[in-house]
Design a protein around this ligand. Structure first.
Ligand code: 6R9
Length: 645
């Protein structure tokens, strides 16, 4: 029923919106008919040192080549800071809200300029040069943004590793991109609990002989080991340098950052984004999707360790001269009304979060929301996974008080910015649908044979042509880039998502169609969890699938076969969960482990995940064809075990 509901654009929202329905249709048409002209114009939203004359050079076939604005030069930090100073030196750039509700601060654009300048000078004084990779492993504190912008300023390529990843995961990412410089903090703080970031770095660096320097922010003041010659305190280094730091002139296609993300096979991929197109796209989407107006207070609750934090806490908002709120804590600390208290405290106008947070808060009832005024809120956003209509309706009614549109923004680490989303002043909303593509974005739904489907349909989501924010390569492995994204449906970018299009041309993302699962909006490759499990000395084999989870969207369901002679005990189950946390990080903890005497395999030895998924989903009547299994009895055993749970 709720899927049938349509919410009109509120008159008040339409009146002040940058883009109304007619303007959207016009822009969209223009973007398809004259794609180069459309993006040529959009490119002017940022400042170029040497303006571009070339807009687009894209070939999705063969080796795959993607270039935008490629004869232009610019600096991202100068765009996010310097160009705003004449008008808004005294305006708040970043509002920082600490984990502890009594701590917050405002950082003006002038202060941001000084911090980033000093930070850039420190990096340069330690020998970091244009093109060098710098790994950032930080809590959600302003220094994380300073570090990103300092890298951008001097032309270094940052690679942020989420603070929840384990030392092993961190080490893998440091080695893959060959960083010799690490930026971290003594400890992080989340929900009153300390995260031993520096100790994790120390552990990771045992596997990273190439690392020469670690810059450490003193945040909690907790005691940490400082390795002489290698480790430096930021505050000590900052006292030795000035604030003037000349921005490096970068080509539009010089790398800006690497961000590791999970795929269906192998190790996480280093998604590479470049300078010009990425910034144009982050600015474009931040302005239009959030209908950003001068003076708005904007809050995205993501972590800078994920792409959402890159594009919609730091680069998009700051490129647009916005005030962006950065939150160190978690939604339920000290209590379940924290998000809403922060909205009231800082008079937040635009609030952007993830469905998993909405579902978790929904469970706490309406009282924690109702006790807050929330009268500053104008627009709500959702990202990271499909939002179920029930959560959408609660968000709209209880948080948005029927007044605030919800932008359900579909995009990926690979896309750099939002591709499919409502525009608040233009698009009628349907709960659970990401609605329509943004101007310049050309989705296609294809069937299993790659045939492009018309009208209402369901299939695999591809994008027909490039947009400036698209990733350019997998760091160090361009062939993997072409194979992963452009070979399944030749000539198209394949997203890995399933999708339905309804009679109004609205897109409904149905979730991943590959072996990637989405746990609380975090992407996990099932293969990564499996290889962590089989690394345990008692495990012979493991298969991991996703299953529906009320709060997380998907939970991690692991089938584990033990080595002969090993006993499946409750203790071992706990040990395996701990083991995976240690190997990858807490976000990869299996929710359910089922002991499997055998796994369903084809005669050629391939694990039939389709069947394991059905069992995990409790859909035993619907296991499909099991006749190609080497040993059909295996399935009966698994079903019996699942049913006995
Ligand atoms: C930005 C981000 C990407 C995957 C993507 C899809 C899922 C993200 C969504 C959504 C439905 C939305 N996803 N937003 N599904 N509706 N609004 O999350 O990037 O971490 O790379 O994840 O997340 O499955 O393919 P990333």
């Amino acid at each position: 029923m709720s899927e049938q509901q349509v919410f009109d654009v509120p008159a008040k929202v339409a009146e002040r919106a940058l883009i109304n329905a007619a303007k959207y249709e016009q822009l969209y048409r223009q973007s398809v008919e004259d794609n180069v002209g459309f993006w040529r114009e959009q490119g002017r939203r940022i400042d170029w040192i040497k303006p571009y004359t070339q807009v687009k050079d894209v070939d999705y076939t063969g080796e795959v080549r993607i270039r935008w604005y490629y004869d232009g030069t610019l600096n991202v930090a100068a765009n996010c800071i310097d160009r705003h100073l004449p008008k808004r030196a005294g305006q708040t750039a970043i509002i920082w809200e600490g984990d502890d509700p009594s701590i917050s601060k405002h950082i003006t654009y002038q202060e941001l300029s000084d911090h980033v300048g000093r930070f850039g000078n420190i990096l340069r004084s330690k020998g970091v040069k244009k093109g060098d990779r710098v790994t950032i492993y930080m809590p959600m504190i302003p220094e994380a943004a300073y570090a990103m912008l300092a890298c951008a300023r001097i032309g270094a390529v940052h690679s942020i590793v989420f603070g929840g990843f384990s030392p092993d995961s961190l080490a893998g990412r440091i080695v893959d991109c060959d960083s010799r410089f690490i930026i971290t903090a003594d400890e992080g703080l989340r929900g009153g609990k300390k995260v031993p970031l520096k100790a994790n770095v120390d552990a990771a660096l045992k596997q990273c002989p190439g690392v020469t320097d670690v810059l450490v922010v003193r945040h909690t003041g907790g005691a940490v080991h400082m390795e002489a010659g290698r480790d430096h305190w930021l505050h000590e280094e900052a006292a030795k340098v000035g604030v003037d730091c000349k921005p490096e002139e970068m080509n539009a296609e010089d790398p800006l950052f690497i961000l590791y993300t999970s795929g269906s096979t192998g190790k996480p991929k280093g998604v590479l984004h470049t300078t010009g197109g990425y910034l144009v796209y982050a600015s474009f989407t931040h302005q239009y999707v959030f209908d950003y107006h001068e003076g708005d207070i904007y809050w995205c609750t993501a972590d800078v360790g994920w792409v959402t934090g890159h594009s919609y806490i730091v680069y998009g908002p700051l490129a647009n001269g916005a005030t962006t709120l950065m939150f160190e804590g978690v939604p339920n600390y000290p209590d379940a009304s924290r998000f809403w208290q922060v909205c009231d405290k800082h008079k937040v106008n635009i609030f952007y979060t993830a469905p998993t947070a909405i579902r978790a808060l929904m469970r706490e009832g309406e009282a924690p929301v109702q006790k807050c005024k929330l009268d500053s809120l104008r627009l709500l956003g959702s990202v990271g996974e499909p939002i179920n209509p029930e959560a959408w309706l609660w968000y709209h009614r209880v948080v948005g008080r029927h007044r605030c549109p919800i932008v359900d923004t579909w995009w990926q680490t690979e896309t750099g910015g939002i591709l499919i989303s409502p525009l608040p002043g233009a698009t009628k909303l349907k709960p659970g649908s990401a609605t329509r593509p943004l101007p310049g974005v050309m989705p296609e739904i294809v069937d299993a044979n790659g045939k492009v489907l018309d009208g209402p349909c369901e299939g695999n989501l591809c994008i027909k042509d490039s947009w400036p924010g698209q990733m350019r390569t997998v760091y160090g492995d361009h062939k993997r880039f072409a194979d992963t994204y452009f070979s399944t449906y030749p000539g198209k970018y394949f997203t890995g998502d399933g999708c339905r299009r309804d009679e109004d041309g609205y897109y409904w993302i149905t979730g991943r169609v590959d072996d990637v699962i989405n746990v609380s909006g975090h992407r996990m490759g099932t293969a990564e969890v499996e290889s962590a499990l089989v690394a345990h000395p008692k495990v012979a084999e493991a298969a991991v699938v996703g299953y529906p989870h009320d709060i997380k969207g998907q939970g991690i369901y692991a089938y584990v076969t033990l080595k002969s002679g090993e006993q499946p005990t409750e203790e071992l189950r706990k040990e395996l969960v701990q083991w995976v946390r240690k190997e990858i990080g807490p976000i990869a903890s299996p929710d359910l482990i089922q002991w499997a005497p055998g796994l369903p395999k084809t005669r050629s030895g391939k694990i039939m995940r389709r069947i394991l998924r059905k069992i995990a989903e409790n859909e035993f009547g619907n296991l499909g064809d099991t006749s190609t299994l080497a040993d059909p009895n295996v399935v009966n055993d698994l079903v019996d075990n699942r049913m006995n749970k």
